[in-house]
Design a protein around this ligand. Structure first.
Ligand code: GDP
Ligand code: MG
Length: 229
């Protein structure tokens, strides 16, 4: 019985990978670069996107919003006049705690791929499941806020290891929380020595220019050679 269960789980991830590759091919055909943005709930994904996109003139960006329920974040981002498509994992997909490749595939017909060069997928807030499911993205980025604690890279290594950029957000709160940036970076180094980091406060604006440049600048436009779907 055990072996059967394991096979089913493997099969599910294999099927996800196949669909992720089909999504990736669609994005490549349309020359759209795709970022999968992940974090725990409330780390600041939507707020950082708002800060980047409020000065995104000339950039053709779209957002795919993943939430268990509702369209609060999609409504916020729509105010910035970027095309936003909402995926709710509840009820259509059983209230999943992550986006998977099939959910993203179901949204592709609604995405104006001809009108955008960059698609940001705001994943469902969770530090575990989104790391396991590729959705066809070119880049995997995450946000970790100082309020979450400096030990998180050690507790959720798959997430931190699978991302090439870790944004450390809410640094305006540093005087109020027990969080050493130095210790956090050392913990991150232990699980992902290659990770790039940017320190931001979406509240004060510190680091936001660097974040916007990373998201919208030339480095974001090209796709890393050989990155897997
Ligand atoms: N103090 C502070 N609050 C922030 C910062 N970034 C986001 N927030 C707040 O944290 C809460 C969650 O942010 P949100 O962007 O919705 O997080 P998401 O769930 O990751 O999309 C909101 O109340 C934001 O205003 C920050 O840099 N500093
Ligand atoms: Mg959000």
């Amino acid at each position: 019985m055990h072996r059967t269960t394991v096979k089913v789980a493997d099969g599910a991830l294999d099927a996800n990978q196949t669909i992720a590759e089909a999504n990736r091919a669609d994005f490549d055909r349309a020359s759209v670069s795709v970022v999968n943005l992940m974090s725990a709930p409330g780390a600041g994904k939507t707020r950082l996107l708002e800060r980047a996109l409020e000065r995104a003139e000339g950039n053709r960006v779209g957002v795919l919003e993943g939430d268990v329920r509702g369209s609060l974040d999609a409504d916020r981002l729509s105010l910035l006049h970027v095309p936003v498509v909402q995926i709710n994992t509840d009820p259509a997909f059983g209230g999943e705690c992550h986006l998977d490749a099939n959910m993203v595939r179901s949204a592709i017909p609604d995405l104006p791929l001809d009108e955008i060069d960059l698609l940001v997928i705001e994943n469902v807030g969770n530090l575990v499941c989104p790391a396991e499911f590729r959705v066809g993205e070119h880049r995997r980025w995450m946000i970790s806020s100082v309020a979450e604690g400096e030990d998180k890279p050690l507790k959720y290594p798959l997430m931190f290891r699978s991302c090439e950029l870790v944004v450390v957000n809410k640094i305006d709160l540093l005087p109020h929380v027990d969080f050493s940036v130095e210790r956090f970076l050392a913990n991150l180094e232990r699980v992902n020595p290659e990770a790039e980091t940017i320190l931001t406060s979406a509240r004060t604006g510190e680091g936001i220019d660097a974040w916007r440049e990373r998201l919208l600048g030339p480095a974001a436009a090209g796709r890393p050679a050989g990155a897997s779907a």
